[in-house]
Write a protein of this length. Sequence first.
Length: 401
Amino acid sequence: MPSYLLDFINFMLRWLHVIAAIAWIGESIYFVMLDNSLKTPEDESSRRKGVFGEMWAVHGGGFYHNQKYATSPEKLPDDLHWSYWKSYTTWLSGFALFVLLYMANPGFYLVDSGNDWEWAANMNGAEANILALAFLFGGWVVYNQMCKRISPNMERDGLLSLAVAVLMVFVAYLSTQLFAGRAAFLLTGAVMATAMSANVFYWIIPGQRRMVEAMKAGEEPDPLDGKRGKQRSVHNTYFTLPVVLLMISNHYSFVYSHEYAWLLMSLFIFAGALIRQFFVLMHAGSIRPAYPAAGVALILLAFWIAAPAGSSSGDESADADGPTLDEVHAIVEDRCVQCHSSDPSEDGYSSAPAGIEYDTKEQLQKMMADTKEVVASEYMPLGNVTEMTEEEREVIADWRE
Ligand code: HEC
């Protein structure tokens, strides 16, 4: 019952998380598009009121007329629309999921027992959890300090972007050295996602509050607040596509269990940012296909790096000596069926994880490709709790039919 309850909560939290993220990112993308699509208003009276840009749109059977004021409008309406709960809900539900799944089972999910770095391979659950939290919040602290030091008055944007890019490669590298591959991808995504939500929480919203208060008091708002809000929301925009990819990476062990997982992750992060750049510029009226082309080139490079070695068709000569289905099933019964069964014996499992069952040979045969992949990458058995040996992994690697 408790494991069923946890599974159910996990399922519902995931739903909430995805919905909140769609709402938040959707709105954020919309506002970047709006900002970049603004045109100088044609009529004199708008300009005199302080409108510096406007956009006309048609949507859902109606016509919309957005106007952006250069500084403050003459009179601020009382019912200003603010956006922050979408961001906070996304972060909170994501963090809850992380706690429920990863931090509740750090031995399975965070620790990479095959890590070359012995200390990381042997850390206990509590250490892994503390390290994961330090990683998450440390990432924000470093990023925030970078922004404050490199660009205290919102200048040197190019240099800051470069520094953030280098930081992300470092985060990707460090995460894969410390944690299991799947957790490393998730945590790197979570470092960016935490920076995004913290940008909203610590800078964008408080800055807007100060601006509104100043306007209400009849004072000139501090222009730095507006500029900083803009700078941080621009960063957020380049984080969005990479974060989404890292968050959905959890079933693709060919990437996160790869020897060069950090490099693959970095390539995907830059590809996402480059593709986003295309849309940002497109809304500002400039079509620059070189950006998505560069993004796709990075994805192709990742494809090439991650491609399994020696799987070409010329390599079939060993067929005859490969293990039989019976031999493979015997190994799977020893090492996998504890969890992957219609009636798992492993504590905490109420049904077969990922819906994969190995009770019969037919089930095993159908899952051949996936089974070989997760065993070769050492993603399975999870945390190697069932102590699969190297010899057994080799047998499965040689299994051909
Ligand atoms: C301790 C429990 C446990 C053991 C033992 C275990 N698995 Fe898993 N397995 C899981 C869990 C949990 C998942 C789901 C992880 C996820 O959501 O990606 C999973 C997922 C999988 C997947 C799907 C991977 C994906 O990304 O969709 C395959 C294939 C798999 N296991 C094969 C195996 C094989 C083969 C073995 C034995 C060599 C094995 N597992 C042993 C718990 C286990």
